[in-house]
Ligand binder design. Structure first.
Ligand SMILES: Nc1ncnc2c1ncn2[C@@H]1O[C@H](COP(=O)(O)OP(=O)(O)OP(=O)(O)O)[C@@H](O)[C@H]1O
Ligand SMILES: [Mg+2]
Length: 242
């Protein structure tokens, strides 16, 4: 099942600070949409609004045509990786996935398939996640996102903590997912990540969309780095000064 992610005028304020300011974009099936921007640009906050973990002060988020919070059992349609370090450290990897599978009404077969897909061995899955490396935690988080074979993946900084082979694996997984008709929204503050994997790119800075388009469009007159600094140059400086 293919599905779009649509953000329209999403806005989030914290105190007097507007963390996300009228952000609009669409992520489409068969495409990897890179959500690029410096630290503090508002990427995670936007993603949290997309999946109903933060309430927009204005605007709206739709996934597969509905608001995420209105979709019954949303994990079956949308795989989410937000903060990979947030897992219960006393549980094993397999227990973590079993619980998630149970919540979604899935059998144990889905757990084995997901472990296999992310390359976590039976032995690794039997260990408590408190002892996992950052890379293993990312893999487990991806496994959880993939459990129900969703149409949409929302991944916040999935490359964080991965070594070069892990990064290559992640890129191939995301590419394969999109090639089969899935929709991927992937955030990163790293140009190289987005350049390597994204078909469409939304460049964030200071809570706003500073530029967006296909990778070809954005790099027509130079590198992605050029486009990035042209779009965020001032906002990146503002954020460092703040
Ligand atoms: N719960 C919160 N309370 C107050 N301010 C917040 C909260 N969450 C985020 N912010 C602020 O919103 C802004 C955007 O933060 P956000 O985490 O969305 O950025 P980001 O683009 O994901 O950055 P990074 O690359 O560091 O992950 C920042 O100024 C941050 O301090
Ligand atoms: Mg973030």
């Amino acid at each position: 099942m293919g599905g779009m992610i649509e953000a329209s005028n999403l806005t989030k304020r914290y105190g007097g600070h507007t963390a996300v300011d009228r952000v609009s974009f669409t992520a489409r099936p068969y495409r990897v949409t890179g959500f690029l921007g410096p630290n503090g640009a508002g990427k995670s906050t936007t993603m949290r609004m997309l999946v109903g973990l933060a309430r927009p002060d204005d605007g709206e988020a739709r996934i597969l045509g509905a608001s995420f919070v209105d979709v019954p059992n949303p994990g079956r349609y949308v795989g989410v990786l937000l903060d990979a370090s947030a897992t219960h450290k006393g549980r094993t990897g397999r227990e973590t996935l079993r619980l998630a599978a149970m919540t979604m009404g899935l059998g144990d077969g889905s757990v084995d398939r997901a472990l296999d897909r992310v390359g976590l061995s039976k032995k690794e899955a039997a260990r408590r996640t408190g002892g996992y490396s950052l890379g293993m935690r990312q893999r487990l988080g991806i496994a959880q996102a993939l459990l129900a074979d969703p149409a949409v993946l929302i991944l916040d900084e999935p490359a964080n903590g991965l070594d070069p082979s892990g990064i290559r694996w992640m890129r191939e997984l995301v590419r394969g997912f999109a090639d089969e008709g899935g929709t991927v929204l992937l955030s990163s503050h790293q140009l190289s990540e987005v350049d390597a994997v994204a078909d469409d790119i939304v460049i964030m800075g200071s809570g706003r969309v500073q530029a967006q388009g296909s990778r070809e469009e954005l790099t027509r007159s130079g590198s992605l780095e050029d486009a990035y600094f042209a779009a965020t140059g001032d906002s990146a400086r503002e954020e460092r000064a703040a």
